[in-house]
Design a protein. Sequence first.
Length: 270
Amino acid sequence: MTTFENMGLSLQGLGSGIARAFFQVTHNSFALLGLAVACAAIAMGARPDLRQVGENELSSWLQTRQVEVTGMKVDADAVDRATAANPKDLPKQQAALAYWLGKKYHIAPEPLSALVVEAYEAGTRAKLDPMLVLAVMAIESGFNPFAQSPVGAQGLMQVMTTAHSDKFENFGGKLATFDPVTNLRVGVKVLQDCVARAGSVEGGLRAYVGAANNEGDDGYSAKVLAEYGRLQQVAAGRLVPLSAPGVSPSAAAPLKPALVPERVALLTMP
């Protein structure tokens, strides 16, 4: 056997020895790691407080990593603050209303779905047709929760926040008027009182817009009732055009708050 052959066999033996040693070290390391994990799991199972600490540490680490990757603060509660719902989860009638209103007023169907659900719940409690509530929102604000008129009517249903500040106390104060659900609930209560006082829906609408003692209401009640009729047809499954036949788009648009100065009369209503 030559010198080179002997050297090759020696190197081969050395490599095999190194490989065996590496395997043993790695095997032992994994065994130790597995044992450590098992011990940690047993300890956490026996000590719920340790498990909670571990979960908090892991959650904190994951959030820190998420901030580093995205450059934005983690806010897992944001989805709970969003006024939105999946229209596919709604009953067929309510989903049809959300999609139709969304197309007409250029609003995403998800927030409209949440408002439709709330209109049904609040309207039922107040013994008002939910579609009438939706019609009032459509004409008052075009579903803009931040709308404000020159005389101070605010939010989805253009509630006179100053005149009805007491109704916002259960919601944390007057600033809650810009929360869509809160504004809807307070607006429904105001509308309920107006209808009860007037003795009819049309009279209630005139009182709601602040024109109860006026000869006219600038066509407000007629616009609301016309939209109410369209929504009833949509709910019945009929195909309803987004604007009335023969009416220009601008004329069919929601009545702007600025066009209802009579609402200031609400400030003096009992």
